[in-house]
Design a protein around this ligand. Structure first.
Ligand code: ZN
Ligand code: ZN
Length: 157
């Protein structure tokens, strides 16, 4: 698969990477169709991501605001998340233990991990994920307007 890899400050390069493995139980492979670029991505790219947000760690496949199509689905995925379905992806990995998580605000987690910043993200032609992180996106929405709306920038005020 092709991936846009940020290899250092200001250096994003197209690379060939191995295709994702066949999805296991509850897993899917997504072909990204729209990937947003927000302030967090910019600060990561310029090496200016704050220490509080984990800093910029290269190499990284960026992209956490992602919508795409499921191209493979393992056993146990919800029926609405079958092959050919369009989805948006929840990019946050909250700790589940801090005060905001306990208060039902995982988007404000003190120790969150973010796809595309701390983990490889969606600027690639095939992206493995778990179906529980996917929300179905109506196929009638034009491709250019299929944006996930779940970003919580780690560098937001
Ligand atoms: Zn937390
Ligand atoms: Zn963002």
């Amino acid at each position: 698969m092709r991936a846009a890899v940020t290899e250092g400050v200001g250096a994003m390069v197209l690379r060939e990477r191995p295709e994702p493995a066949a999805p296991g139980p509850g897993e899917v492979v997504i072909r990204p169709e729209a990937v947003g670029i927000c302030g967090s991505d910019y600060h990561f790219f310029t090496g200016e991501l704050s220490d509080a947000a984990g800093g910029s760690q290269f190499p990284r496949i960026q992209g956490h605001e992602l919508a795409g199509m499921i191209t493979a689905a393992g056993p146990g995925c919800r029926a609405e998340l079958g092959i050919g379905r369009r989805v948006a992806v929840w990019p946050l990995h909250p700790c589940g233990q801090c005060y905001p998580c306990g208060a039902g605000r995982p988007n404000a987690c003190d120790r969150l991990t973010l796809t595309g910043i701390h983990l490889d993200g969606g600027l690639r032609s095939a992206w493995p994920s778990v179906s529980g992180r996917c929300s179905r996106s109506p196929s009638a929405i034009p491709r250019s307007r299929r944006w996930p709306s779940r970003c919580r920038s780690p560098c937001a005020p």
